[in-house]
Design a protein. Structure first.
Length: 162
């Protein structure tokens, strides 16, 4: 079986989500499953400008936008940057679809967050293959604040994740 993992962030980023993804993917590889990975436009590759990497025997397709302002970060990002990220979802979805089709995957596994889930859902629908969505945390909780702007962002993200 070949599975396409759609990741928002991955190694070389060492956040908990990246490490969990790496361990899950490596476990599948050891058990006869062929994992293929595509990362979001906000995750730089190990080597600058590489679009395809082999990491520990797994192919990683990179879609990095080359915009350092959009790199995955734990802190809050500006509304302008967040808007630019949403715009990139269309191109990312097309790329996920193209890779899934090219690699002839049997399952699309979207790792947390809605950005990956939407691209994976459209891909699975178009290719008529199953999709799994893995929620790892309620990261949108960081927007749950007392001001109206943060509340609106929290509400939108919660809706998309749901």
């Amino acid at each position: 079986m070949k599975i396409l993992h759609v990741l928002y962030q991955s190694i070389p980023n060492t956040a908990g989500s990246s490490i969990r993804s790496r361990d899950l993917i490596n476990s599948q590889l050891k058990n006869g499953i062929t994992p293929v990975v595509i990362t979001s436009p906000f995750q730089p590759p190990l080597e600058v400008d590489l679009k395809k990497e082999n990491i520990e025997g797994v192919i990683y397709y990179r879609t990095f936008s080359n915009n350092s302002n959009e790199i995955v970060a734990e802190g809050n990002t500006s509304l302008v940057i967040q808007f630019k990220k949403i715009i990139q979802l269309v191109k990312f979805t097309r790329t996920v679809y193209g890779i899934a089709k090219k690699e002839k995957v049997q399952l699309v596994h979207a790792h947390a967050m809605f950005f990956c889930a939407i691209a994976a859902l459209i891909t699975s629908f178009r290719l008529k293959i199953p999709m799994a969505y893995e929620v790892r945390s309620l990261w949108e909780e960081r927007y749950k604040r007392k001001n109206i702007f943060k509340h609106v962002i929290f509400s939108i993200i919660t809706y998309l994740e749901t």
